[in-house]
Design a protein around this ligand. Structure first.
Ligand code: 13P
Ligand code: SF4
Length: 349
């Protein structure tokens, strides 16, 4: 055997040991979920293994609005939320009687971090005439100060609704999403200035060049991206809406401007279509971001198993804060439900 063949054999042996390890871990997690009466709810940006596991075990993979809805209606006593901290907190706000666990409590979000409660409260105090609308990517304390919570899938519709009632809006924390909603709705909106470190990295000029190389491709953009990137989009929407667009639009290839964890679901939804990641570095960039949320990536099979085994990483929220945060979260869910009913022609919102 040559040295190259021997090392290839060692590598493939190493690979199959890892595969076996992974398969055994997945089996142990499945058994633990059953034993603990737990259901796994994962965001589209988490590792493909976690998404597959959620689907195989009767759990759910979705955007942040549907994660909240699913956890609220499922009968399991323990919700295991694979995503970032605000997603676990939203689950707890809605389900105080349930145990909410996360594979890691360190998975935060740059929007949540960029909107500290004390500064946000002062901002609200300075503008008492405005309706406070906060993105779901915020702490429970910030939600507790809000009139409404929204996710990207419902933000524009809700702001249009508030505008039609003559309300002026204070928006936090994502400046790009806020700016997009303001442009589309024409509402009077005062914007907090945080941003998502993943979407902020997409580059419009490089995207224009990529479009030239793929003139047949549709461009799908998440509205946390800068306005110049959104301007190049064929479709702008939440993660769920982007996947639906990939499935239903006639195009055979798509340029995708959001976290690349979403490609697992897009390929599942449209297996014969091609997906190209939108560029994150412009001309002359010496380093590029990987278009993958570092906090979503902290969720792994290993820490999920450990969490289920030890029952740690539980979400706790002080009850007065939870009760105050519940109101705007419930308002969002009720608004989403009434919109759905109206869209289906089953009644009027
Ligand atoms: P969605 O609500 O579209 O899933 O977005 C959540 C998020 O964190 C996007 O970066
Ligand atoms: Fe937050 Fe951006 Fe990560 Fe979404 S992708 S969780 S907005 S940092």
């Amino acid at each position: 055997m040559t040295a190259t063949t021997a090392s290839a054999t060692r590598l493939s042996h190493f690979g199959s040991v890892l595969d076996l390890d992974r398969a055994q871990r997945i089996q142990r997690i499945k058994a633990l979920l059953k034993k603990e009466d737990a259901v796994l709810v994962a965001h589209y940006y988490t590792d493909a293994d976690l998404q597959a596991l959620a689907e195989e075990t009767g759990g759910y993979v979705s955007d942040s609005l549907d994660m909240a809805r699913f956890g609220h209606t499922h009968k399991a006593q323990t919700l295991v939320v694979a995503g970032v901290r605000f997603m676990g907190e939203t689950a707890k706000i809605l389900n105080p009687e349930k145990r909410v666990l996360m594979p890691t409590l360190d998975a935060t979000c740059s929007l949540d971090e960029g909107c500290p409660n004390d500064q946000f409260s002062a901002f609200c105090d300075a503008h008492p005439d405005r309706t406070v609308v906060v993105y779901a990517n915020t702490s429970a304390a910030v939600k507790a100060r809000a009139d409404w919570v929204v996710t990207s899938s419902i933000a524009l519709r809700l702001v249009r609704h508030l505008k039609s009632r003559g309300e002026k809006i204070l928006w936090a924390p994502d400046r790009h999403l806020g700016d997009y909603v303001r442009r589309e709705s024409g509402a009077d909106m005062l914007l907090w200035q945080a941003s998502c470190i993943v979407h902020d990295e997409f580059r419009a000029q490089a995207l224009v060049e990529l479009k030239r190389q793929h003139p047949e491709a549709d461009v799908l953009v998440h509205p946390e991206s800068p306005a110049s990137v959104i301007a190049e989009a064929d479709m702008v929407g939440s993660t769920s809406a982007m996947i639906e667009a990939a499935r239903t639009r006639p195009a055979k290839s798509f340029i995708v401007a959001t976290d690349n964890g979403i490609l697992y679901k897009m390929r599942q939804a449209a297996p014969h279509k091609e997906f190209i990641e939108a560029p994150t570095g412009g001309h002359g960039a010496t380093c590029k971001s990987c278009a993958h949320c570092p906090w979503m990536a902290m969720n792994t099979l290993a820490n999920l198993e450990e969490t289920l085994l030890k029952g740690h990483n539980e979400i706790h929220i002080e009850e007065p804060i939870r009760v105050r945060a519940l109101r705007p979260v419930e308002r969002m869910l009720n608004f989403a439900a009434s919109e759905k009913t109206a869209v289906l022609g089953l009644g009027n919102a």
